[in-house]
Ligand binder design. Structure first.
Ligand SMILES: [Zn+2]
Length: 242
């Protein structure tokens, strides 16, 4: 029998599985997204029940069962409990976790995505009113980590890009716009540029008016949809409640 795997991870999804069990989806640095069968954790008396709650970051010990891992233990490191006190914050937190897991996939090294997710959730707990800014920063950074960073410096002809082409991921001027180009304000372009060039902590600490953040998010989401085929379900829920 192989040695149990010790790994830190955040619970990005927790699905019902049997009467007392859950099937967990974890995002980890070393193995990307993994599935873990967690027996008995629905009972609050179970010693692992706290560490397997959605959006909890925990120290896991797992047995490798081929298709999925099985849970030996989960020791809570950070619960981000404040997210569970507010439905809007929770919706943003769930979406961030889903988007990170969605872009990482299985058996991929995910250091950048995990760091981005943990830092963003920490800041969201600290100040939920920054949710729109955190969302646009998260989305721009996740595109960069996934290998399809938007290019917003200028149109290929050298003119200012007043539009963003969601099929190519590049800004274009009014002369070179195409049917898939969306208008992009100078403010949204500047924020995107800043976020791409800044260190993660600076980018996440930067504040921008909600209207600009939402405009940038809308453009990046359209671009990500072209790149990824679809976006996680959590985004639909956010768009319903804001
Ligand atoms: Zn041009």
């Amino acid at each position: 029998m192989t040695e149990p795997l010790k790994i830190k991870g955040i619970v990005v999804n927790s699905a019902q599985w049997g009467d007392n069990d859950k099937m967990l989806t974890l995002l980890t640095k070393e193995k990307g997204v993994i599935s873990v069968a967690a027996k008995g954790v629905k009972s609050i008396k179970n010693k692992n029940s706290q560490g397997v709650m959605p959006l909890c970051y925990s120290d896991f010990v797992l047995n490798d069962r081929g298709e999925a891992y099985s849970l030996v233990s989960a020791d809570l490191i950070e619960s981000f409990y404040k997210l569970r006190e507010d439905v809007t914050s929770l919706a943003y937190g769930v979406y961030f976790a889903q988007l990170a897991a969605f872009t990482v996939g299985r058996n991929n090294y995910a250091e950048d995505e995990l760091r981005l997710l943990l830092n963003t959730l920490y800041l969201l707990c600290k100040d939920p009113s920054r949710c729109d800014t955190l969302k646009c920063v998260f989305e721009v950074k996740i595109c960069e980590y996934a290998g399809f960073a938007p290019y917003v410096d200028s149109c290929a002809c050298g003119s200012d890009g007043e539009y963003f082409d969601i099929s190519t991921g590049e800004v274009v001027c009014s002369l070179h716009r195409t049917p898939t180009s969306k208008q992009m304000s100078p403010g949204a372009r500047a924020v995107c540029q800043y976020v791409q060039n800044a260190e993660l902590k600076e980018a996440l600490g930067f504040d921008t008016p909600a209207a600009i953040a939402r405009e940038l998010s809308e453009i990046i989401e359209a671009f990500m949809t072209r790149q990824l085929g679809r976006l996680p379900k959590g985004l639909e829920y956010i768009n319903k409640i804001i």
